[in-house]
Design a protein around this ligand. Structure first.
Ligand SMILES: CC(C)(COP(=O)(O)OP(=O)(O)OC[C@H]1O[C@@H](n2cnc3c(N)ncnc32)[C@H](O)[C@@H]1OP(=O)(O)O)[C@@H](O)C(=O)NCCC(=O)NCCS
Length: 193
């Protein structure tokens, strides 16, 4: 598939490119990435170059993982990244620390989920989200993007080295918004919006 550009009221989602390497390297030093993500740790410039030069373009070509840069405008600095994996249509994301709390990620994740479910990936009727248990920031994004919490039999995510798993939270977003979605988060995110 050729990379697709998505637009939201405040954002442009487009292809992450090799020129984004410096920012990606800096953002991925964030200590919370060690805990919540499976990005390499410690994270080096070589990791960013491989991600942007090889992993991202080959993911689009093979449709194994579609990755977008989150920007305010064309050619503007990268703020964060959102992606969807073909298997399970699983969404993943991170935002550079200085750009958090402005609702950007909720806006970006909503746009990607709606694009997937609206025919961007033909035949997709669901998009999944999962996060290491305790990742409240990520859960709030999933809630804001209309995902509904589900509890599969063995809710886990693999660790960075792939050798073990951690307990996880799961949620799903369907084509037609589920009216129970908002309430499904109440035990986890007690404080109502
Ligand atoms: C999770 C993350 C992407 C949120 O990015 P963001 O740009 O702040 O998201 P938004 O501005 O759309 O915020 C959505 C909500 O989450 C809240 N939030 C964001 N980060 C938070 C955190 N670390 N702890 C608690 N709440 C958080 C915001 O206040 C907002 O709350 P509201 O819905 O009550 O208004 C960002 O914190 C991040 O990159 N975390 C590290 C990587 C990560 O965990 N990725 C997800 C892996 S599953």
């Amino acid at each position: 598939m050729r990379p697709v550009v998505l637009r939201t009221p405040r954002l442009r989602l487009d292809l992450p490119v090799p020129d984004d390497a410096e920012l990606v390297t800096r953002y991925c030093q964030d200590p919370i990435f060690e805990r919540w993500l499976t990005t390499p740790w410690p994270y080096t410039r070589t990791d960013a170059d491989a991600f942007l030069g090889t992993y991202v373009p080959s993911g689009w070509r093979s449709e194994s993982e579609l990755t977008w840069a989150i920007r305010r405008a064309e050619a503007a600095p990268l703020l964060g990244v959102v992606s969807v994996r073909e298997t399970q249509r699983e969404i993943g994301f991170w935002m550079g620390s200085e750009h958090r709390g402005a609702g950007f990620m909720s806006e970006a994740v909503t746009a990607v989920a709606e694009w997937v479910l609206g025919g961007g990936i033909p035949g997709s009727s669901t998009v999944f989200w999962r996060a290491v248990e305790g990742n409240v920031g990520s859960a709030k994004v999933a809630r804001a993007a209309g995902f509904r919490r589900i509890t599969p039999e063995n809710p886990t995510v693999p660790t960075r080295d792939g050798e073990t798993t951690l307990p996880a939270w799961y949620a799903v977003r369907e084509r037609v918004a589920d009216p129970r979605a908002e309430a499904s988060w109440s035990d986890l995110l007690e404080v109502a919006r």
